[in-house]
Write a protein that binds this ligand. Structure first.
Ligand code: FAD
Ligand code: DLZ
Ligand code: SF4
Length: 509
């Protein structure tokens, strides 16, 4: 008997385990654009257009390879993925449903607990081999360790894959990590290449129109639309990055600059996460650039660490800790997310720029996410669920398995420190050092207590003060507490008064 194979929107890879297990002559594929997936958070409209267009192109590719594909478009009005499977199952009478395991806990639980009954069909989940560390391997790595640290996981992954390793088991260049070289402010010395822009074809045009019609009021610009939507375009985007940006990726990894939203970042996360690019191949391609003398080690190591280290590590943490993980809120953050996270209507130049980029491209680079919108949410004590849902909605690369640990762990420090032993809290001085935003800002970065002082400054000290019991003894934070104590008491009071005024009316920032 034939089987049904469900392919999800972020499983657009021909090497998928469910496809390898299937037989094009006998089995049938189901793909569907459904209201539930498009609506569990209000996804950015460009993210929807990207994903639906990439899904349609992938379905066409599968058909060319001889597969039968039941594809349901947004206009078909299906509620959820199970309904799509049910429709195909009715006329096929399949033996079972095959799915490569979904990336999110929510969907995996539904498939395991509710789908078999709803479908009267057994649902077989297959492992997702596109990740370099399986969930079991991560569990084994974590077992028995008192502390989980990305850096040690990363070294293990380097050894396991052989990436940037000498034959004698030592790291290439004699060090595992070259981050100390990667903290330059953008100085205009090297031309900013920008991402490659792909002209939308008829399929993408149709998707854009449909998304505009179904979601007229959602956040996010649909146009201009220039994302890659096929594996071969994503390959071109990778080549573009390797040639144009990788050589400077390391130096300017932490920089931010007005007027350029991308610097030397790759913009590959949306393609890797949707399955259009394979993470190991991306790392190997970067390694070759180093071997051929086309990119320096600090850049290549830094780039590979993000994918081989951080990306795999956050996925491991997610599956190790869910479902309790999502409920954690160790710093007790409960304030409402200010409206300007959606509108961009704030006098804070750095925040307005991050929100503008986000609205235009469904993208902001890592330092904007971590040190601008993230840092502000941490210092304001924004409710963890609200800020999590914002990040999950607004970025084209966002799926819960990768977004949640980054938001809840790295930004909000709500898990007690799997993604950073101390919080990434920072004053305006950090943003001033790493960007050119402050010169054009209504606030004064050199002041903490005046009525026009940079909000990050007073909020930073307020954060330090209110979490004293938790962080005072932390070896890397004790100096901060000493500095605070050394400050003139009147000044301290004025700073806290300024912070309290801001915390009372954050929407006026
Ligand atoms: P580059 O700077 O070019 O980095 C190269 C690649 O490394 C990325 O494409 C990505 O695949 C990987 N990578 C880098 N940092 C991380 C990280 N911290 N975690 C996982 N992978 C990483 N990344 C997502 O892919 N999806 C998300 O939903 C997401 N949400 C985030 C939320 C917050 C609050 C923060 C602080 C970070 C988040 N990140 C997320 C991580 C990171 O910001 C993005 O991966 C990166 O900005 C994507 O842009 P890029 O492709 O230009 O990355
Ligand atoms: C993110 C997303 C969206 C917006 N829409 C769909 C969809 O309509 N159909 C689909 O199959 N997948 C979609 N996805 C991706 C899924 O949400 C994703 O597969 C799960 O969250 C697991 O990572
Ligand atoms: Fe951001 Fe403060 Fe600088 Fe303004 S002064 S851009 S709010 S860091």
């Amino acid at each position: 008997r034939p089987r049904l194979i469900l392919i999800l929107g972020d499983q657009l890879s021909t090497g998928l385990t469910s496809l390898a297990e299937g037989d094009p002559a006998r089995d049938r594929i189901v793909m569907a654009e459904v209201r539930e997936e498009a609506g569990y958070v209000p996804h950015h409209r460009k993210k929807l257009a990207f994903l639906f267009s990439a899904m349609r192109h992938f379905a066409a590719r599968l058909r060319r390879q001889g597969w039968t594909v039941d594809y349901h478009q947004l206009d078909d009005g299906l509620e959820d993925l199970c309904e799509a499977v049910l429709k195909s199952a009715r006329d096929l009478d399949p033996a079972e449903l095959l799915v490569t395991e979904p990336g999110e806990y929510r969907l995996r639980e539904a498939m395991k607990r509710h789908w078999p009954q709803r479908l009267s069909l057994s649902v077989r989940l297959l492992e997702d081999h596109r990740f370099l560390c399986s969930r079991e391997a991560f569990r084994d790595w974590a077992a028995g360790r008192k502390q989980l640290r990305m850096e040690y996981f990363y070294r293990d992954m380097r050894r396991r894959t052989g990436l940037l390793m000498e034959p004698d088991g030592k790291p290439v260049g004699g060090r595992w990590n070259f981050d100390a070289d990667n903290r330059k402010r953008y100085d205009g010395k090297h031309r900013l290449p920008g991402p490659p822009r792909f002209e939308p074809d008829a399929t993408t045009r149709q998707v854009i129109d449909q998304v505009a019609e179904h979601y007229p009021d959602r956040f996010g610009d649909l146009e201009p639309f220039w994302f890659a939507v096929t594996a071969s375009q994503a390959e071109q985007a990778l080549e573009h990055f390797l040639e144009q940006a990788l050589p400077h990726f390391g130096d300017y990894q932490d920089a931010m600059t007005e007027g350029d939203d991308f610097l030397f970042h790759s913009l590959l996360s949306l393609y890797i996460n949707a399955g259009l690019l394979d993470p190991l191949r991306v790392c190997e391609a970067a390694e070759r650039r180093y071997q051929q003398g086309q990119a320096p080690l600090n850049a290549v190591e830094g780039f590979i660490r993000q994918i081989l280290g951080w990306r795999e590590y956050v996925r491991g943490i997610y599956w190790l800790m869910m479902p309790d993980y999502k409920e954690q809120n160790r710093l007790g953050s409960h304030a409402d997310l200010p409206w300007f996270y959606w509108s961009g209507d704030t006098k804070m130049r750095c925040v307005a720029e991050a929100v503008r980029a986000t609205r235009e491209h469904a993208y902001a680079h890592h330092i904007q996410r971590l040190m601008v919108t993230g840092n502000l949410a941490l210092l304001l004590g924004v409710d963890v669920k609200q800020i999590h849902e914002w990040y999950l909605a607004v970025y084209a690369d966002a799926y819960e398995w990768v977004e949640l640990p980054n938001t809840l762990g790295m930004v909000m420090h709500a898990d007690g420190g799997y993604l950073g032993s101390k919080p990434y809290a920072a004053s305006g001085k950090y943003i001033q050092r790493m960007s050119d935003y402050c010169a054009g800002c209504a606030y004064k970065v050199s002041s903490a207590e005046e009525s026009n002082s940079c909000p990050f400054n007073s909020l930073y000290w307020h954060f330090i003060q209110r979490h004293r019991a938790r962080f005072e003894k932390h070896p890397r934070m004790s100096r901060v507490y000493k500095n605070w104590e050394r400050m003139d008491p009147d000044k301290r009071r004025a700073i806290l008064a300024r912070a309290n005024a801001l915390l009372e009316h954050p929407e006026e920032l």
